[in-house]
Write a protein that binds this ligand. Sequence first.
Ligand SMILES: NC(=O)c1ccc[n+]([C@@H]2O[C@H](COP(=O)([O-])OP(=O)(O)OC[C@H]3O[C@@H](n4cnc5c(N)ncnc54)[C@H](OP(=O)(O)O)[C@@H]3O)[C@@H](O)[C@H]2O)c1
Length: 280
Amino acid sequence: MTDSAVPTITLNDGRTIPQLGFGVFQIEPADTKAATLKALEVGYRHIDTAEMYGNEKEVGEAIAESGIDRDEIFVTSKLNNGFHDHDDALTAFDGTLEALGLDHIDLFLIHWPLPGVGDFVETWKALEEIYASGRSRSIGVSNFQEHHLRRLANETTVTPAVNQIEVHPYLTQEPLRAFGAEHGIATEAWSPIAQGLVLDDPTIVRIAENVGKSPAQVTLRWHIQRGDIIFPKSVTESRVKENFDIFDFELSDIDMTDISMRNKDERTGPNPDEFNYVPA
Ligand SMILES: NC(=O)c1ccc[n+]([C@@H]2O[C@H](COP(=O)([O-])OP(=O)(O)OC[C@H]3O[C@@H](n4cnc5c(N)ncnc54)[C@H](OP(=O)(O)O)[C@@H]3O)[C@@H](O)[C@H]2O)c1
């Protein structure tokens, strides 16, 4: 994979992932192809989608229409909540490839642990088979807490390449990120700007004024310097460009600490230990 200014992270299976990507959660299917094509035109080479988002097909269409080599684009999708079973997970993965119109993806994740639904350990064993087949080059999990990761470590073979969790300045997730680092599991930070919630934060606004960047750029840069993988979502062309323009400045150690100290352990999304939603 060749890429521009965007750094890559090497995963525990030796594959590389662009540290900045484009997320498509809450982009209407009708808008997804155009939004993804725009992101690819701006320079993004990493797309984060999910069966749950209902727009895998449109992401696939954008990739096909972009004319960019398939190998240049890192594609992630996720197993929806209704498939927490070994065989159902294999079938659902086939559906994901079909919707995307691809013969392989780069990363496939269990979207939520769903402690009250099915069995994420048996489900993970299906992902191990998908990984062995090469149809997903890497496999990982999302919204897993330390105790879920420990169960996988004790009962299965392949260590997840990533854990995609909610992280932003109001939810810095230090212990879970440290656990991941210790076990070779890269952290992907979802809702990196907390869906806009942190952009009026006085500390972030002050630092943004000092460095001559926007609050969103400062927040995204904070994630990059912490070493996490991010994929902000936007359907606004100017913001898609703004979010990509974060590699020409650096935050000082003091700025990094000041932002981290805004932590309030405040989630915008559900607590994974309590979330058992399965779509009808
Ligand atoms: N694994 C999971 O359970 C999970 C959960 C949530 C999200 N995710 C992934 O993480 C990605 C990002 O998270 P997210 O979409 O929840 O939230 P986000 O990226 O933190 O924020 C997106 C929101 O911020 C706005 N925005 C984007 N850039 C901006 C900028 N530069 N200035 C001001 N506002 C800006 C967008 O508005 P406009 O679009 O109107 O411009 C949108 O309302 C998702 O797309 C998805 O791929 C995963």
